[in-house]
Design a protein around this ligand. Structure first.
Ligand SMILES: O=C(O)c1cc(=O)[nH]c(=O)n1[C@@H]1O[C@H](COP(=O)(O)O)[C@@H](O)[C@H]1O
Length: 276
């Protein structure tokens, strides 16, 4: 999916929501445990219920990898289900990869050729040759960690050099020389609030993947105020806040209600800031 297609979907549906498929076997409703693949049954129901309210899905691979072969198959099944039934939704593998060049190129093959996702999250700290192999795939996206949502983001990402430039600003600035706004996005946590203004100073047009609303307490209002561009430029993720809205048999309806609530808020923000 290219940049223009993402923007078109956002405008058409009035939403920039990404639903996080952080599917934890210990948290899914009990009645699904008798299914042949309970995690897939859960994902399928969540996807069918939330698809009208979002433009993207982000399975976090840890939840699947922790289940061994079975989990990896569930992940592949989920991506295939999305590809076949919801071809207009953007699929992000949240895998946070990155290694020396020849290793990164195999990670890229695993996720882009074999699994067929649109994008993968990548850690920037090993530099150009660790990121570049992911950018060699036409039509695919790298989503580079810039300013993360967690408390530990303060440990390194805010360190300054002699000119006062912070590490996350270096990441934003340097990585834009490696890729373009057509194949490179950045992760900026919703919990970073007004820091979005600083991010936009360095990366005015880049799409940002924004996790941290919902369970981590980030404010959608603040993110839009400081981070939204005339083309939106945001994909805001919520995982637990949507998929675990209920642990009963009504889990899919409850997830749909949470996603709809976010969509309604997003439509207002898109209109307030002149995107639609
Ligand atoms: O790359 C990410 O998606 C990510 C980066 C970040 O800074 N913070 C962050 O929470 N995430 C991911 O976004 C999701 C957030 O989930 P919830 O807090 O349940 O909405 C998880 O899959 C995290 O791994």
């Amino acid at each position: 999916m290219n940049r223009q297609q993402i923007i078109e979907q956002i405008r058409k549906k009035g939403t920039f929501l990404c639903v996080g498929l952080d599917t934890d076997i210990k948290k899914i409703p009990e009645h699904l445990l008798t299914e042949e693949d309970p995690m897939f049954a859960f994902n399928k129901a969540i996807i069918d219920a939330t698809a009208p309210y979002c433009v993207a899905y982000k399975p976090n691979t840890a939840f699947y990898e922790s289940r061994g072969t079975e989990g990896w198959q569930t992940l592949e099944r989920t991506v295939n289900y999305l590809r076949t039934n919801y071809p207009d939704h953007f699929i992000i593998a949240d895998a946070k990869r990155g290694d020396i060049g020849n290793t990164s190129s195999l990670y890229a093959r695993a996720f882009f050729e074999n699994m067929g996702v649109d994008a993968i999250t990548v850690a920037p700290y090993m530099g150009f040759d660790s990121v570049k192999p992911f950018m060699d795939y036409e039509g695919k996206w790298v989503i580079l960690l810039a300013l993360t949502s967690n408390p530990g983001s303060r440990d390194f990402q805010f360190l300054t050099d002699m000119t006062g430039t912070r590490l996350f600003e270096h990441v934003l600035e340097t990585a834009q020389k490696w890729g373009t706004t057509e194949n490179l996005m950045f992760v900026v946590g919703a919990t970073q609030g007004a820091m979005f203004a600083e991010v936009r100073r360095v990366a005015p047009r880049s799409f940002l993947l924004v996790p941290g609303v919902g369970a981590q307490g980030g404010s959608l209002e603040e993110v839009a105020k400081w981070g939204m561009t005339p083309e939106c430029g945001l994909l805001v993720n919520s995982s637990r806040g949507i998929i675990y809205a209920s642990s009963g048999t009504d889990f899919a309806d409850a997830a749909a209600a949470e996603a709809r609530k976010l969509r309604d808020h997003m439509t207002i923000l898109l209109s307030t800031y002149g995107v639609i």
